[in-house]
Design a protein. Structure first.
Length: 304
């Protein structure tokens, strides 16, 4: 009898913390950060996000071979703050495992003195979330891995109540992924929640033709009415004008997710420099405001 080899998936980190952004801010959350992304977002916190010639990119300027683990890396204060989760320079620091090994690692991270077996439904009665992030968690390997991970949790009778994907909204959904979550929804399984963060050219440096995929975002909304749109913005009025244009296009394809606005910045001090003004601009326009709570609590340290 031939045993089928299980697929192995590469991920950057698995950890237990809180959700720091948007609707579920403050909720205890188990995180799995998959490796690889189709975008780079090198423009974040640059003097001119639209001009790559002016970029200063810390993730390119350090030698990753000097670091023994992901957690030892410095915080990248410019460009994507999680460049280590997609740059091939950091491939040697990534972890890998089968779906059941990843589920086991997530459960291990969930274990505390008050929750010794690592349950998603905490012994005190509260529910903890499961969040897949990246990189880009909806690249094909992520879409293949997640149903396998949830099937393992179903076998262990430890399914989460909600599963969030923190996505840039550019990756079409595979038929297997859509079928799995359609069945899950019909069986009253975990809520599928899409946290979509469209990357704006004037903020991230990514061109609209590559970063904004309206049909794909509409596909997410069709599969699950539970979700949110998160926009990272600075004080520059051009950024707000671009956001309004992109949001208008998203509304035209029928996506009704609520909008959350966050101040740009990888570090707490970068966010604090403009957070009040960004918040005021947002709520006067009728949008929700989100801090990046984990940054205010612990900085942008890897693993929290």
């Amino acid at each position: 009898m031939i045993n089928k080899l299980k697929d192995v998936y590469r991920y950057s980190e698995i950890f237990y913390s809180i959700q720091g952004e948007g609707r579920y801010s403050g909720t205890g959350t188990l995180w799995c950060r998959f490796f690889l992304c189709n975008l780079q977002c090198d423009g974040f916190m640059q003097k001119d996000p639209t001009d790559p010639r002016t970029y200063d990119l810390p993730y390119l300027n350090i030698d990753p071979k000097e670091y023994a683990s992901m957690e030892d890396l410095p915080v990248f204060d410019k460009g994507c703050d999680s460049s280590y989760s997609w740059s091939k320079k950091y491939k040697h620091l990534q972890r890998s495992g089968t779906a059941d090994q990843i589920a086991e690692r997530i459960t291990h991270e969930a274990k505390t003195e008050s929750n010794p077996t690592g349950l998603f439904k905490h012994p005190n009665g509260s529910w903890q979330h499961l969040c897949f992030t990246g990189g880009e968690p909806l690249m094909k390997h992520g879409q293949k891995a997640v149903p396998e991970i949830l099937n393992e949790y179903n076998r262990l009778d430890n399914l989460p109540k909600s599963v969030t994907f923190e996505t840039n909204g550019t990756q079409p959904l595979t038929d297997n992924f859509k079928t799995f979550f359609s069945v899950v929804a019909n069986q009253s399984g975990p809520e599928l929640f899409f946290s979509i963060s469209p990357k704006l050219h004037t903020v991230s440096g990514e061109k609209k033709s590559k970063a904004i995929k309206l049909d794909t975002i509409a596909e997410y909304h069709k599969l699950s009415s539970n979700g949110q749109l998160k926009f990272v913005l600075g004080e520059d009025e051009l950024q707000w004008e671009e956001m309004e244009d992109v949001l208008s296009d998203i509304r035209k394809v029928g996506v009704k997710y609520p909008v959350w606005i966050m101040p740009v910045g990888a570090l707490a001090e970068q966010q604090q420099a403009s957070a009040g003004k960004i918040a005021e601009k947002a709520f006067k326009r009728g949008y929700n405001v989100s801090a990046r709570v984990h940054c205010y609590l612990w900085g942008n340290t890897i693993g929290v």
